[in-house]
Design a protein around this ligand. Structure first.
Ligand code: UDP
Length: 161
């Protein structure tokens, strides 16, 4: 139960979450961060930026030929985003569940999208959808030096070695 202070577990699973421009404009950043903190995940990287079209086309490389892609670019470049990396057991799948499905119309109350949004084109938040996707997106948005390995003093209460 009690872990020695110096043991750093090998880097645990990580995912990329972004509060999209509508979420920032609507001052939802704090509430969204609070949900992941409350769940027990650990924040290891955080920044605010105005996204370039180039970065977006890499981030959404599977979507560039979709009919909604132009609108998606306009939306995502309409203002700053807050992008973060969260760490913890099963964090990719758990945060996807907490965020809810892509279309808020199908999202249950209690999810971020179900509580804060109505339309697929203004769905407030991004969350990586797979381990491979998360690794790719984290590398795209963050430099390794900007992700912190730190010991959260109560992590022995929320995680098991
Ligand atoms: N999107 C949209 N219209 C659609 C489908 C997707 O505007 O019909 C936008 C929406 O903002 C979504 C993003 O494109 O979050 C990326 O789509 P994806 O299918 O990757 O969904 P996600 O992983 O964000 O749930």
């Amino acid at each position: 139960w009690h872990r020695s202070k110096s043991t750093h577990p090998d880097v645990r699973e990580r995912t990329l979450i972004a509060v999209k421009p509508d979420g920032v404009q609507r001052r939802l950043v704090g509430q969204i961060i609070q949900r992941f903190e409350q769940r027990g995940f650990k924040l290891v990287g955080l920044k605010m930026l105005q996204v370039s079209e180039d970065l977006l086309s890499q981030h959404y490389c599977q979507l560039t030929s979709k009919p909604f892609y132009r609108n998606l670019v306009d939306y995502m470049t309409s203002g700053p985003v807050v992008v973060m990396v969260w760490e913890g057991d099963n964090v990719v799948q758990s945060t996807r569940t907490m965020v809810g499905p892509t279309n808020p119309a199908a999202a249950q109350a209690g999810t971020v999208r179900g509580d804060f949004s109505l339309h697929v084109s203004r769905n407030v938040v991004h969350a990586s959808d797979s381990l491979e996707g998360a690794q790719r997106e984290i590398q795209l948005w963050f430099q390794g030096k900007d992700l912190l390995n730190w010991d959260c003093y109560d992590q022995n209460l929320t995680m098991e070695e």
